[in-house]
Design a protein around this ligand. Sequence first.
Ligand SMILES: [Zn+2]
Length: 261
Amino acid sequence: MFLTDSHAHLLDPSFENDLEKVMERAKISNIGYINNCIDPLDNNEVEKGLKLIEKYESVFLTAGVHPFDAKNRSENEDIEKILLNFSPERLIAIGETGIDPTYDVSIEIQKNVFRKQIEIAEEKNLPIVIHCRHSFQEILDILKEEKFIIGGELHAFSGTWNEAEKFLDIGFYISFSGVLTYSKKAKDVATKTPFDRILVETDSPYLAPLPYRGQRNEPSYIIRTIEELSRLKGCPIEKIAEITTNNFISLFLNKTEQKWN
Ligand SMILES: [Zn+2]
């Protein structure tokens, strides 16, 4: 049985001292795939990201500018140039990108940077990983205006079932984090989301599941979210692990493999 962590930040400074141990625990826990985010405009992070995929065959990369980092970068044409030319092995998506009004970055700047990355994903024929908080309509409108049909992942989904449905309609997958272990709203959405569109993630080092809530999260904790999903869906843990891994493969890896051939 392989487990999949469809979204993590392993290069976060909080992993600096013990990443090897974290990865060892991930291996013991049978995590077959970890989708790790990197910022391609940060040379130091790129260097570390490339080392990571060289060292661990379970690690894949999603590259993009997080809405929190969109500040000062909207004027920077390099986003397009750098991201367009960034094609390391095992790059499977563009992101995480999106809109979050709780950040101290103007919504206009966030929208611009989001749009640019949608265009790049289109150009590279890659799915996108979306960060969306309190901005479901804005994100939907932009995806529709840009006619983006490749699809992607709504990471750490925080919306209602009504909002989830609109994204399912345009080919997106809904990803649940450790929040699923304690949020009534997330449990409701997960119960209704069809099996063929569900993903699980840790968003390490953030969003740790119960009983680790508030602590640093890590990929091996993904089992808590899978257990909760198993309970909500009335479906064995092994089956949930298989379904979420297969969904990850169909969304991110089949496309990439086609591109490599
Ligand atoms: Zn994240």
